[in-house]
Design a protein around this ligand. Structure first.
Ligand code: FES
Length: 578
């Protein structure tokens, strides 16, 4: 046994006993106790993050993926070592998975740092897991490669194809409106999630899978294979082998997460009609790499980047169809002139080289051309105005075109409890032309910025056939949702942002063409109302709640903890071309 404090494989990151040779001796004894031979102990080590959990059906194929990754690692001559971290599922995390994303990022970062590994495979999938893993890996600085679990299959309800969760919301809206009964909604419920894997539309999980690939942090072609396919397993095996190659090349995240890579990912976010959550997560990931997102420049990019992917909620198809149409490579091929082709990927080759190797593509109707897009501009638009001095976002590709320019009377809910108690009250004074406002669902206010920004249409209006209204909040919405919904209003109302000044009966004007969101109340009156507010942000006494409360940043900094962002922003992305 080598008694020096070596820095590779199982000799890395020794436990501190004050005697490095003893530390190695002890570690070796324990590994042998687990059945490893001396040969295994001399190999490079690839850690594999196991986020399988009984609480996470989106990661229900984790065991198969770990086996395939391990096979790839061993075929390449290294030793695979799976280890657990926190796992987060959208439907099993109270109060919201976003509240726990930074905890998972911390867990991921610290376990990569603490344990001996020369590279790490990050297996994630459900909405918050991939951003958490990329954030943690970016800070840990060990060669890292993302592997997503893949999308679920679609189901069928009375001959109509359905999938989570755009159709969940569509059918729930019909149920609320009295169009379908309890028996039918129960039958729909049986079909919405037809297998393990992540949501089958371009929601946040699919968006983050595409972003991981566009960043160069996942293998080309790895975003789209569904969870239960052979393609997914082969990608897993190749991911394992690639992780081994990354060790020799010392391909650390800082070499991949460059401003050009971030800009490519922002471009892809727009072109796929990706989730609004994507911009928050990408801001957080970039922040770990010392890159600040320039939202004005991002918005300028949006005006020149059409939505190409015809997937729900912006379009018609599902992730299975996207995969059969060529997956993200088909999008990147179409975006070719707009991308930074010099950006490095986990393969050690540039994005341009990978696209050249992928060949010319084939006729299909899921990924459109730039001359025949499904939406002329990018999916997201960045708004400013006296209601959101720090900005807000709207997913314009999933909105009602007629509502993108709208002025209406504000119907204001002070918080989620107020909303729940009054939204379906037959006596609620509300019309279809009003603007629904929900306060106190921001990063600190809720806490955790829940996906409550998708305010339900008041039941009495839904029953009249109203499908959409302008809705505004400091919260988020699911990437699977549709509607004319202004989100991420910054600063949040719980910190005294101008949203806190909105009152029933005020006029609010939204102009997506001018990128503005305005409270039509004189500035002096807004200031007077804010000064009169006696509602300090809620406090937390202990534990993670206190850590979150004291350190979570606003949406414009990705809701990361202030002490986890890079200490210095070295660059901005995208580069300004205003
Ligand atoms: Fe996991 Fe939708 S709930 S991806």
């Amino acid at each position: 046994m080598n008694s020096s404090a070596a820095s590779a494989g199982f000799q890395k990151n020794l436990t501190s006993y004050g005697d490095a040779a003893f530390s190695q001796f002890l570690r070796s004894a324990f590994i042998k106790g687990a059945g490893f031979s001396d040969d295994a102990l001399t190999r490079p080590v690839v850690g594999i993050v196991d986020t399988g959990s009984g609480y996470n059906p989106c990661h229900g194929n984790s065991a198969e993926l770990i086996a395939a990754v391990s096979r790839g690692v061993m075929l390449a001559g290294a030793l695979p070592v799976p280890f657990p971290t926190i796992s987060l599922h959208e439907s099993f995390a109270h109060p919201t998975s976003m509240y726990l994303r930074n905890l998972m990022a911390l867990d991921t970062e610290e376990m990569i740092r603490a344990q001996p590994m020369d590279a790490v495979v990050l297996i994630g999938g459900c909405d918050k897991t991939v951003p958490a893993q990329l954030m943690g890996a970016a800070s840990a600085g060990v060669p890292a490669i993302q592997l997503v679990t893949g999308s679920m299959l679609t189901g069928s309800h009375d001959g109509v194809r359905v999938g989570a969760c755009t159709d969940c919301r569509r059918f729930w809206g019909r149920f609320r409106a009295g169009e379908i009964d309890a028996t039918e909604i129960a039958r729909v419920n049986d079909q919405l999630v037809a297998s393990v894997g992540t949501c089958s539309v371009m929601g946040t999980a699919s968006t983050m899978a595409c972003i991981a690939e566009a960043l160069g942090m996942a293998l080309p072609g790895s975003a789209s294979p569904p969870a239960v396919t052979a393609d997914r397993l082969r990608i897993a095996e190749k991911t394992g082998a690639t992780a081994v190659a990354m060790i020799a090349a010392q391909l650390t995240p800082e070499k991949i997460l460059t401003p050009h890579a971030i800009e490519n990912a922002l471009r892809v976010l727009l072109a796929i009609g990706g989730s609004t959550n994507g911009i928050i997560h990408l801001t957080a990931i970039a922040g770990r790499a010392g890159i600040a997102i320039d939202f004005e420049a991002f918005d300028a990019m949006s005006r020149e980047t059409p939505v190409l992917v015809d997937l729900k909620p912006s379009g018609r198809h599902y992730m299975e169809d996207f995969h059969r149409a060529g997956g993200l490579i088909a999008v990147l091929r179409e975006l070719h002139p707009l991308l930074h082709l010099d950006a490095l990927t986990v393969t050690g080759r540039t994005l341009g080289a990978e696209l050249d190797a992928a060949g010319p593509g084939f006729p299909q109707d899921v990924v459109r051309t730039r001359t025949n897009p499904i939406y002329a501009e990018g999916g997201l638009a960045f708004l400013r105005g006296n209601l959101a001095p720090g900005g807000a976002f709207i997913k314009q590709s999933a909105a009602t075109p007629a509502l993108l320019e709208h002025e209406g009377r504000a119907v204001v809910f002070e918080n989620a409890t107020d909303l729940a108690s009054r939204i379906d009250d037959p006596a609620l004074d509300v019309t279809a032309n009003d603007v629904l406002v929900l306060k106190s669902i921001g990063p600190r206010g809720a806490p955790g910025m829940p996906e409550a920004g998708y305010l339900p249409i008041p039941r009495k209006l839904a029953a009249q056939g109203v499908k959409d209204m302008v809705r505004i909040s400091d919260g988020r919405m699911s990437g699977t949702a549709t509607g004319t919904i202004v989100l991420h209003v910054t600063p949040e109302s719980a910190l005294g942002g101008p949203l806190a000044a909105a009152r029933f009966g005020d006029r609010i004007r939204l102009s997506v063409a001018r990128r503005t969101i305005e409270l039509l109340v004189p500035a002096a009156e807004i200031a007077r109302r804010l000064a009169a507010l006696a509602s300090p942000a809620p406090t937390a006494a202990r534990g993670y709640a206190k850590l979150f409360h004291d350190h979570v940043t606003q949406a414009d900094l990705g809701c990361d903890f202030d002490f986890l962002r890079a200490t210095e922003m070295k660059a901005k992305a995208p580069a300004r071309r205003l």
